[in-house]
Design a protein around this ligand. Structure first.
Ligand SMILES: Nc1ncnc2c1ncn2[C@@H]1O[C@H](COP(=O)(O)OP(=O)(O)OP(=O)(O)O)[C@@H](O)[C@H]1O
Ligand SMILES: [Mg+2]
Length: 359
């Protein structure tokens, strides 16, 4: 997957332009508030997803305009395509001149992964963020998972409601056993998918992290199940915890409580990782997510890395700029010195919304 050119009109503060992208590394640099992240966001929107900043579509339209217009030429599996995206009070998209029913349909066509500083929560925050990360990633490559997860969540809400009712009416006990076996059944499917995904992730994440850290540190990712992974152990765990679950009216074990443990040199990255280590770990996870997509779809997504360089020493910056050549990367940064480390690629300077390629 390669973006070849991006064109934008009335998109945030960016001055209308068309830029030609380098097939490997594209560095976008400039002072704060000049439009670097805006440019990355413009490319990201072609993935069909919402803004990675959590912005509303209307916020992307340049102040004073009513319509933002984006266009992307990209190459996918050896073929050239053109996608168009208009953002007004709604989004409308075209692919190779044909209107799509929804802009979301761009999803399977232009593939990208994004890192933005908000993704640091992937290491810094609680297990829910990490569960969401793998759930989203799994849903993208094995769409059946989405339905299973939905059913599990629905059943879990029903069990929790029943736990509340059981405080007043013990006749409902039989119902609890029914829910528990259904929950164990669906739950074990979820843990199976998650373990399968983490196995895939582990084929890459260790090597990538080792590359970033110059071979000095080891990153490991493991699934930690609160109630075991197979149906029987999950069912046993649910049964064992029934009375405490009734008193709290919550379900204390199962995939909704499981953790994705991320360790650096055998220590939890969340509690013991330095700023640079935490950032490196998230970048490694994001790049591994892309590598897994490549393994399954045969195509390496474009990596959009917003503000990855800050807090990273020169060795780590060098790895990101010069050693992930197999796929196309867009990286924003403020420091001109980071750009100097780039050996092969293009750099763009962004100033007051004007994007200029540096020769
Ligand atoms: N819809 C809009 N219309 C006009 N200007 C906008 C709009 N949305 C955002 N901006 C402006 O775009 C500017 C640049 O935003 P951007 O986030 O791209 O900066 P940046 O270069 O990434 O800076 P930093 O280095 O601080 O991350 C903001 O200062 C904001 O005023
Ligand atoms: Mg920015």
């Amino acid at each position: 997957m390669r973006a070849k050119s991006v064109e934008f009109q009335s998109f945030r503060n960016l001055k209308s332009a068309k830029i030609q992208c380098h097939p490997s590394v594209n560095v976008i640099y400039g002072d704060n508030a000049q439009g670097k992240t805006n440019l990355l966001e413009a490319i990201w929107l072609f993935s069909g997803a919402k803004s990675f900043r959590g912005a509303k579509d209307s916020e992307c339209i340049a102040h004073g305009s009513e319509l933002a217009r984006l266009s992307l030429e990209f190459e996918s599996l050896g073929r050239n395509h053109t996608a168009g995206l208009d953002i007004s009070n709604k989004r409308s998209a075209t692919l190779d001149g044909v209107s799509l029913k929804t802009a979301g349909e761009l999803a399977g066509n232009f593939k990208a992964v994004v890192f933005s500083p908000t993704h640091l929560s992937l290491i810094k925050d609680g297990p829910g963020v990490r569960r969401r990360f793998i759930d989203t990633a799994i849903g993208q490559i094995w769409p059946k998972y989405i339905g299973i997860l939905k059913n599990y969540t629905h059943l879990l809400a029903q069990r929790n409601a029943l736990l509340k009712d059981l405080r007043y009416s013990t006749q409902l006990y039989d119902m609890l056993s029914v829910y528990d076996s259904q929950l164990a059944d669906l739950g074990s499917k979820i843990t199976a998918y998650r373990n399968r995904y983490i196995d895939r992730l582990n084929e890459f994440v260790g090597d990538i992290y080792s590359g970033i850290s110059g071979g000095k540190e080891i990153l490991t990712v493991e699934y930690e199940a609160t109630g075991g992974c197979d149906v029987d152990s999950l069912l046993n765990a649910l049964k064992e915890n029934q009375s405490s679950d009734i008193s709290t009216a919550t379900t204390s074990v199962g995939p909704h409580r499981d953790e994705l443990s991320v360790k650096i040199n055998d220590m939890a990255a969340r509690s013991f990782g330095s700023q640079g280590q935490q950032r490196s770990a998230v970048i490694a996870l994001k790049l591994s997510e892309a590598a897994v997509i490549n393994q399954i779809t045969g195509e390496q997504p474009v990596a959009l890395l917003d503000d990855v360089m800050s807090e990273l020493d020169e060795g780590r910056q060098d790895y990101i700029l010069n050693h992930i050549k197999d796929w196309q990367v867009f990286i924003t940064c403020c420091d001109r010195n980071s750009v100097k480390l780039l050996k092969e690629g293009t750099s763009f300077k962004v100033e007051k919304g004007e994007v200029k390629e540096e020769k």
